[in-house]
Design a protein around this ligand. Sequence first.
Ligand SMILES: [Zn+2]
Ligand SMILES: [Zn+2]
Length: 150
Amino acid sequence: MNLKGKCACGEVNYVINDKPLFTQACHCKNCKISTGSSYVIHTMIFEDDFFIEGKISSTELDTGSGKGYHAYFCIKCGVYLYCKYKIASGRLAIRTSTLEKPITPQAHIFVKDKDPWIEISNKDICHESMYDRDKTWPLDSLSRLSAKEK
Ligand SMILES: [Zn+2]
Ligand SMILES: [Zn+2]
């Protein structure tokens, strides 16, 4: 499996060469600010599967949990391509909409902060805030994760 993505100006191109673990939309206030829009879509992958070309810059930001994360941007056009949460070692969260082909979110989180004019048709995958990963991620992704963490 090979997924390709890029920034707006084409300086940065990347390839993910294995199946992503999980894709989720986040409607929290931080994600609204960082996208300048109503929500972000993140695709979780293993860092080992990620290959990037082009110049990027990064900055450290706070998370709700207080643990923080690093955000990575194209040095020319400033498009925010992915981030790395300090608590999720060995994994990256790709900004799904920078991928060539869209991926449908498997969960919507922080729906309590969702803009009122957005209607999510599949209520079964909506979570008021964060979900319990063990109950939400597909078994296949959970077992790949535990194999990697050993
Ligand atoms: Zn760019
Ligand atoms: Zn968020």
